[in-house]
Every structure is written in C-alpha cells, then in structure tokens.
Design a binder for this molecule. Structure first.
Ligand SMILES: [Zn+2]
Length: 141
C-alpha cells in the first residue's frame, strides 16, 4: 500500500469516481465536496507540491481543469461560475501531499466564500509594490 491516497485511487486500489484521464493526469470527484460537482485534478506521477511538478505536468493539469470546468458548466448542475483552488503546503491548507487542483461549481447562495486576513484592507503604496515585485523578480530564473 502506498501512503498516498491519490496514488491509491489512481492505481484503482482505492475507490474513485473518475471524470477524466489521460497519460499525464486524472480527475475524480472529491469525497467532501464544497458544492455539488467538486472535482480534483491530479498528476499521474506522485508530486507532493508545486515545486515537484514539471512545467509540462503543470500545463497538462491546468488544461484538464479547464475541460472539467467546461463540463461543469454544460452539465446541468447548478453552475453559474467555477473556482480553481490549489493549496501548496500545509500553511496553505494542503492536506493530501500529492498536488491537486480543486475545480468546483459555484452558484449564487452556495455559501462558499473566502475569509481575508486582517491586513487585507490595507493598500500598500506603489513604492512598496515595486520593491516587492523586484524582490520576486530576483528569484525568477
Ligand atoms: Zn501520490
């Protein structure tokens, strides 16, 4: 048995309700949906976090998620909009350490929302934004 529940689902050793599969990734229903029609898109290869995913795998993951989003909109399920959500790291809310992109249907009154931290209302000045941008640019290859 693998320690990773998503690898187990991909290997068909644990149950999964599959929506999509190709050689790079797969999509299956979340067992604890935010709304009706909540899908997880995962790479086939075990990758714990975003940094472990190749750019190609990331691209394939996003493309699959776009197709799932279009299917949600066409499905007849309550779907006025779609959210993508990816938690990278425990502090970001990642619970299963095999990269997964949540794709779920949204509709008015579904009760889902984001809670912002206490710094949210504050608007940094341009100088601070430029300084932060420079700091990040220095780390882009
Ligand atoms: Zn895995």
């Amino acid at each position: 048995m693998s320690a990773c529940v998503f690898c187990e689902i991909l290997a068909r050793r644990a149950p999964g309700s599959f929506v999509f599969e190709d050689e790079a990734c797969a999509a299956f229903m979340d067992i604890q949906p935010v709304t009706e029609g909540h899908v997880l898109v995962v790479p086939r290869r075990h990758a714990a976090g975003l940094a472990d995913l190749s750019p190609e795998e990331g691209g394939r993951l996003f493309r699959a998620a776009q197709r799932v989003a279009a299917a949600l909109r066409a499905s007849g399920l309550p779907c006025e909009g779609v959210n993508f959500f990816l938690a990278d790291g425990e502090a970001a809310g990642q619970e299963v350490f095999h990269v997964h992109l949540h794709v779920f249907a949204r509709h008015t009154g579904d009760g889902f929302g984001l809670r912002f931290g206490p710094r949210y209302g504050r608007r940094p000045g341009r100088e601070e934004l430029d300084q932060l941008a420079g700091r990040l640019r220095a780390h882009l290859a």
